[in-house]
Ligand binder design. Structure first.
Ligand SMILES: [Cu+2]
Length: 135
């Protein structure tokens, strides 16, 4: 029984070591395989996306109302600044999509604004509320 444990431990250490090696080799070997990577268009996907910072505080979302235009690509970037458990989660009501909000860590939430109206979001308990007002 003991031998089996030692074997598992040794194997685990070797495995971890191998991974470490691969990581450290990554830097010098960079240019050759990475040559094709920068070819992906930079501005095409991110350039026309508007990012809006939303702070999650004790009093709710700030701003709680975000104006937007139909067809616009919008990404809300939530940053939770309160330790209240109320701010621990944001839910996009139209899709039911949920995002956990770790303290002081920006979390992105893409919002589809394909028609006029309001796209609502709220905390997990539906107490704090906000909306994207699409015109
Ligand atoms: Cu809440």
């Amino acid at each position: 029984m003991k031998r089996a444990w030692v074997f598992v431990l040794a194997f685990g250490v070797l495995g971890a070591g191998a991974v470490g090696c691969k990581k450290s080799k990554k830097a010098p070997a960079g240019p050759a395989p990475g040559a094709s990577a920068p070819a992906t268009p930079k501005g095409a996907t991110s350039g026309d996306t508007r990012r809006v910072d939303v702070t999650v505080g004790d009093t709710g979302f700030e701003p709680a109302s975000i104006p937007a235009k139909v067809g616009e690509k919008l990404t809300l970037v939530f940053t939770r600044r309160t330790t209240s458990p109320c701010g621990g989660e944001v839910v996009l009501k139209s899709t039911g999509e949920k995002k956990e909000l770790p303290l002081n860590e920006p979390v992105e939430l893409a919002v589809v604004v394909d028609k006029a109206g309001s796209v609502d979001f709220a905390c997990g308990m539906d107490m704090m509320q906000g909306s994207v007002v699409v015109q």
